[in-house]
Design a protein around this ligand. Structure first.
Ligand code: SAH
Length: 522
């Protein structure tokens, strides 16, 4: 038996909101976490990237909606580390900038539990930057100060306003929304010019970022008018006037949009990155996964792949290997590797040709130095069937290497053309979800905080519906890759948008169109 050793606690600063602002080291620590202790404020975008196999402990909220007291959080960290676990304590911004990171370390240090700290990008600087406000600028200020606006138990602010007002510096107040009026008044009483520029910046670096910019004397009224709420950063100082020239993120085509992607992980990342580049906030929540048949547990599929490959290698006539998804290609080669089938044997098959349903699949084949002979112009199963029927000679056997229960439209066309074929299941599609995110997702949809959900196949729709059982799907605006997918989404009553072409590029175009902007931006 493995001897139980003490685990470790890593305090990770998650940054202010935009997941792109999480450090590489932070992401690495998250990936390796066995226990994840996190706050309520963290975004779905970030939480969706955390390993669902880990034990998730939400200390931002308990069922009765109260915060878990600090002492209890400290105890949880200690206890889990003592169980030998690799614990990640995930906190917004930087753990040591009003993050109580120090308090969490005290008990660990006393008990001799190893810990590490991964600093994060603090909201005090980044939220200002995302609003076009540099916290320092040579022409305006020579220092900046980060101050807590949190009132003490006696309702007082423990701040030397005189000192702050005298410095002519940039002042950044965190946790100051409730005390906004007091902060502005006390600064003016301490001698600050009432016309000093000031700003309040809500949900900075996220797709819901908003701001009110005014002066110290008018900021409270302006914030009320715009109904600015927590979390927000208050910035006071001449640099706030630069926002007029420097604001930038709102200019991106997909700014203000939160989009949920349901594609399997391997395929989703590129899609997500493109959308993020265009300014969207993206929740990567794969609703399906693919499991190769060799690793699967289905009795009826045991040994089938081996048998079909053996038959493939025995074929005397021409053979066409057809693939209908990139996963099909990667699972095909991975399983050949596992069975130790030498590529030379495969390539020795007489008259061997390769077919791909679309560009994604074609590109995946190219990773194995195979340049597909047949790719239909429109990426539909039926179109692939038609193309093969037209191009292949009657002595050819088509091997369809695809998911179990692939579309019958393809085989119908082959049958019509009297081509012989073998439908070889090489992977199965399984539905997967992270139950820890269900509640947060439901709340987000109810508050209309998720603008679009993208679906790239009917199975992603089914998987998504499994994740949110008993949910009112009429709140969901589904952006679908094609008709089949849309049909499935309609069954649940979702609002439907269909891409002009069945491709990711076309889906992105549609999203930009819906956002009322075009791709001319770069
Ligand atoms: N450790 C954090 C701050 C924790 S205190 C950091 O370094 O950023 C919590 C306060 O941070 C909030 O009340 C708010 O003032 C500020 N804050 C955090 N994230 C924010 C965001 N995305 N937009 C605006 N303010 C934010």
């Amino acid at each position: 038996m493995k001897e139980q050793t003490t685990g470790k606690v890593t305090l990770v600063g998650a940054g202010p909101g935009d997941v792109g602002l999480l450090t590489q080291k932070g992401m690495q620590a998250i990936k390796e976490a066995e226990v994840l202790v996190y706050d309520a404020l963290l975004s779905l975008e970030l939480l969706a990237l955390c390993p669902k196999e880990a034990e998730w402990i939400n200390v931002g909220k308990r069922s009765n909606c109260h915060l878990v007291p600090q002492e209890e959080i400290n105890e949880i960290l200690l206890e889990k580390a003592k169980e030998g676990k690799n614990v990640v304590r995930l906190k917004g911004g930087d753990p040591f900038v009003f993050g109580r990171g120090g308090e969490e370390l005290e008990l660990l240090a006393k008990e001799g539990v190893p810990f590490e700290i991964v600093p994060g990008i603090t909201s005090s600087i980044a939220v200002a930057a995302y609003n076009g406000i540099p916290v320092t600028h040579r022409d305006y200020t020579s220092s900046f100060h980060v101050v807590t606006g949190h009132k003490k138990k006696n309702g007082k602010l423990d701040i030397n306003f005189k000192a702050l007002a005298d410095m002519e510096a940039t002042l950044v107040f965190l946790m100051g929304v409730a005390a906004l009026e007091t902060i502005c008044n006390r600064l003016m009483e301490a001698g600050m010019d009432p016309d000093t520029p000031a700003a309040i910046l809500e949900k900075g670096t996220t797709c819901r970022q908003r701001r009110a910019v005014a002066t110290v004397s008018t900021l409270k009224a302006e914030a009320d008018k715009q109904e600015i709420k927590s979390p927000a950063v208050i910035v006071v100082g001449k640099v706030c006037s630069l926002e007029r020239d420097f604001s930038w993120i709102e200019k991106k085509p997909l700014f203000g949009k939160q989009i949920l992607l349901t594609r399997p992980k391997v395929r989703a990342s590129e899609f997500a990155e493109k959308l993020r580049k265009l300014g969207a906030q993206v929740i990567e929540l794969p609703s399906i996964d693919t499991v190769p048949v060799l690793a699967g547990e289905r009795e009826d599929l045991k040994g089938t792949f081996e048998k079909e490959i053996a038959a493939f290698l025995e074929e005397k006539g021409a053979v066409c290997a057809a693939f209908t998804s990139p996963q099909g290609v990667s699972h095909f080669f991975a399983q050949l590797r596992e069975l130790k089938v030498d590529m030379r044997k495969i390539l020795a098959t007489p008259g061997l040709s390769f077919a791909a349903i679309g560009t994604g699949t074609k590109k995946e084949l190219e990773k194995y130095n195979i340049f597909a002979d047949y790719v239909p112009e429109r990426y539909y199963a039926r179109e692939l069937g038609k193309l093969l029927a037209e191009k292949l000679t009657s002595d050819t056997t088509v091997y369809l290497f695809r998911a179990m229960q692939g579309s019958p439209e393809l085989t119908e066309e082959l049958k019509k053309a009297k081509l012989s074929y073998k439908d070889v299941a090489i992977y199965e599609t399984v539905y997967k979800s992270n139950p820890m995110l269900t509640e947060k997702l439901e709340t987000a949809f109810a508050q209309e905080d998720i603008d679009y959900v993208t679906f790239t196949s009917a199975s992603t729709v089914k998987g998504f519906a499994e994740t949110l059982k008993n949910f009112d799907f009429t709140k969901v605006c589904a952006v679908c890759i094609g008709e089949q997918t849309a049909k499935e989404a309609e069954k649940y009553g979702m609002k439907i948008e269909i891409a002009k072409e069945p491709s990711i590029a076309s889906m992105i175009e549609l999203l930009c169109e819906k956002a009322g902007r075009n791709l001319g931006w770069n």
